[in-house]
Design a protein around this ligand. Structure first.
Ligand code: FAD
Length: 338
């Protein structure tokens, strides 16, 4: 990809891999630790430091946790202006830090929040931004290789940015392993640097009038997913009931979504969400490669299919050959009895 237009820069001035630690009310979004673990790998390969950027109000514990989880240091912008989240103070704080500190690589979760403010950092830096990546690597020159599905998911594009910095990407939740949680955060505080807060309430343009929680479901956080495909034949009640009994979420293949049986936010796969639950029940799903791509990081996969030769069985830890309209209610009854 050609360099974004903008002032000439010396790429040698730019160092380190930055990961934005997204949080909500003091709790880290899972994608933050996934990116931190991947960022550690990239920083080790380029021989640079891994820096966590934590923005919020009363979030120093997350900066310490980021260090305990492998960041070499954390930059902490802690101020009431950052709560509740708004794109303009986050974007301005992040922009000012990028301008002053000159990171080489900046990784942000491809979440509603990350997508909302990442452009406010990339545009003033003339950096460009590879959005919604599903793979990250570095080449032999230490350049970021950011890959993402393109042409409606029928091809992967790998984008690199040789002439400009920082190299910025937003990354889908669920595509990387978050690794083990930290044992403790003792001594991590030494590696946390509180940075100057450059935004003031009177300078912010937006005001949050009301916060409505709910609406669009986020299946990427679910520990248990019961997914259905074309084999549901219009009746997703068995999925809903088993998901309820297990305390999980319902998901679906593109085929089931296109039929209108399940809402699009619950689609798993190349053009849907990437999920990594502990348990993934795949019912009436054939196991197309585009679907597998979204769920093959699941810990345990249970497949239910009438066709003993369905490809999904090759990717399942447990397989049940049978009609999902009989098998799922039987499983639900067993779970409820426990
Ligand atoms: P089918 O392939 O039709 O399989 C249905 C299965 O149900 C069969 O194995 C059948 O034996 C079984 N079955 C039937 N009746 C029953 C029953 N009563 N009980 C139990 N089993 C039963 N797909 C995705 O899922 N996600 C994506 O993000 C995605 N992106 C795509 C992007 C591109 C560019 C393309 C070209 C395709 C994409 N697809 C995606 C579509 C994908 O190729 C498959 O067509 C789709 O995953 C098939 O869905 P399915 O398994 O529900 O249906």
């Amino acid at each position: 990809m050609s360099a974004a237009s903008g002032p000439e820069i010396d790429v040698a001035d730019y160092r380190d891999v930055w990961v934005f630690v997204e949080q909500h009310e003091g709790e880290a979004a899972p994608v933050s630790w996934e990116l931190l673990a991947k960022g550690r790998e990239l920083a080790d390969e380029t021989g640079e430091s891994l820096v966590a950027l934590v923005v919020g109000d009363g979030v120093s514990h997350l900066a310490e946790e980021a260090v305990a989880r492998g960041a070499d240091r954390a930059l902490l912008a802690d101020d009431p202006v950052f709560e509740p989240y708004r794109a303009d103070p986050y974007g301005e704080q992040f922009r000012a830090l990028v301008e002053a500190r000159k990171p080489s690589i900046v990784l942000i979760g491809g979440t509603h929040t990350g997508r909302d403010f990442a452009g406010r950092v990339a545009v003033p830096a003339h950096a460009g931004l590879t959005a919604d990546c599903t793979e990250l690597a570095v080449d032999e020159a230490g350049l970021l290789l950011a890959s993402r599905p393109t042409f409606g998911g029928s091809a992967m594009a790998t984008i690199k940015c040789p002439a400009h910095r920082p190299q910025m990407a937003t990354v889908r939740a669920g595509v990387f392993d978050a690794g083990e949680p930290a044992d403790g955060t003792e001594s991590a505080a030494d590696a946390v640097e509180s940075v100057e807060v450059v935004v003031a309430e009177e300078d912010t343009l937006s005001t949050v009038l009301e916060r409505v929680v709910g609406g669009v479901v986020d299946i990427t956080d679910a520990d248990v997913i019961v997914a259905g495909g074309a084999g549901c034949e219009g009746d997703v009640t068995p999925l809903v009931e088993l998901a309820e009994a297990l305390g999980g979420e319902v998901a679906a293949t593109r085929a089931a979504v296109e039929e209108g049986w399940v809402e699009p936010a619950r689609q798993v796969g190349q053009t849907g969400k990437t999920v990594r639950p502990h348990l993934y029940v795949a019912a009436g799903i054939s196991g197309a490669v585009q679907h597998l791509e979204g769920m093959n990081g699941s810990d345990v996969v249970v497949a239910v299919n009438t066709d003993p030769n369905a490809p999904i069985f090759e990717h399942a830890d447990y397989g049940i050959v049978g009609d999902l309209h009989e098998v799922l209610p039987a499983l639900t009854a067993m779970v409820r009895e426990k």
